[in-house]
Design a protein around this ligand. Structure first.
Ligand SMILES: Nc1ncnc2c1ncn2[C@@H]1O[C@H](COP(=O)(O)OP(=O)(O)OP(=O)(O)O)[C@@H](O)[C@H]1O
Length: 310
């Protein structure tokens, strides 16, 4: 599965005006590659994921998303549902484990998902395959959500996203609200799925959890992907001052005191007219009063005037 995202923007229209939640994002993934999307709260990470599965409620996405040679924003809703949604690409929604229906057994909830997608194969085979791929035992099928631990509920949610065997799964903060041991189990599960050939887009505010899964990383700030590249390049040689700040804020075992980025993220109620990071950037220069374009790096790009070679 090859994914090319080009000039992707997404806006929500609210009674207070438009929210420019995703602004001119580019990235690409080759077959089998996974990407990590990191950035602070409200910088557009979920909106980016929702745009790719065409599930932006109250919003509209523009630009190009090419999935396996099809421009998926240009096909009809029914074609997208029939050929792509949950079959080639699915999403594990943020907080979904808390929205399992308390009055239905886990099996009934799996059946509901299969029915919604007009699944024509053998229901039991599909459910058991998905369940086993997340290392859950068949006995949980008879249980109700309140009988499961948080980690088991999150596995159920991941299994639901895998029911129709998509090759690309977007996981939006799949470890939030789980204790650290369970977080590690879920990350290991995603690693296992990746090894089995699945491409994953892992969305998180925590850069530290990406290192084991992501071949590439996109750093989001104020609706823009301010840096994109191979994980190696982003970790070893981060270029954007925001990426540098994020990496310095990760606690280490070596005793370095984690730093934090002063100030608050910008409002997304206006389109960008200058660098979105200007107010918080320790390295800002005069040019930063203009919106930075994407400057090429070894493996991707950075949106920062400090890398202007002209
Ligand atoms: N349905 C919506 N209607 C209006 N505005 C929205 C909607 N969903 C998100 N937003 C706004 O869009 C911006 C980006 O939100 P988004 O949820 O994509 O960010 P995020 O990086 O995923 O945040 P978090 O890490 O907190 O989940 C925010 O300003 C948010 O308030």
């Amino acid at each position: 599965m090859v994914l090319i995202v080009n000039g992707l923007s997404a806006q929500y229209h609210t009674s207070k005006g438009s929210v420019y939640a995703v602004d001119d994002v580019d990235f690409n993934l080759s077959d089998g590659e996974s990407i990590g999307i990191a950035g602070e709260s409200a910088c557009g990470k979920s909106t980016l994921g929702l745009s790719i599965v065409r599930m932006l409620l109250g919003g509209k996405a523009n630009g190009k998303i090419i999935l396996d040679d099809t421009s998926i924003l240009d096909i009809s809703e029914s074609d997208f549902t029939r050929k792509f949604r949950w079959k080639k690409i699915s999403m594990i929604f943020q907080g979904a484990m808390n929205s399992l229906d308390p009055v239905f057994t886990i099996r009934e909830q799996f059946v509901e998902v299969l029915n919604q997608h007009n699944f024509a194969g053998n229901f039991d085979d599909a459910i058991l395959n998905a369940l086993h791929s997340v290392s859950l035992d068949d006995v949980i099928l008879k249980k109700y959500p309140h009988e499961l631990s948080g980690g088991m509920k999150q596995r159920v949610i991941i299994a639901m996203a895998l029911l129709l065997e998509p090759k690309f799964v977007i996981a939006d903060e799949p470890t939030t609200a789980l204790d650290v041991l369970i977080q590690a189990q879920i990350i290991n599960l995603l690693k296992k799925l990746k090894k089995e050939g699945m491409s994953i887009m892992l969305i998180t505010h925590d850069l530290a959890v990406l290192s084991e899964i992501a071949d590439k990383i996109g750093i989001m700030y104020g609706g823009q992907m301010v840096e994109f590249g191979s994980s190696y390049e982003i970790y070893k040689n981060p270029k954007h001052p925001y990426t540098q700040g994020l990496l310095e804020s990760i606690p280490t075992l070596k005793g370095n005191i984690p730093k934090y980025i002063k100030g608050n993220p910008p409002s997304l109620m206006e389109p960008a007219t200058q660098c979105r990071f200007i107010e918080r950037c320790p390295l800002a220069i005069d040019k930063c009063k203009m919106v930075p374009p994407k400057f090429k790096t070894d493996t991707g790009y950075v949106r920062c005037w400090l890398y202007d070679q002209s």
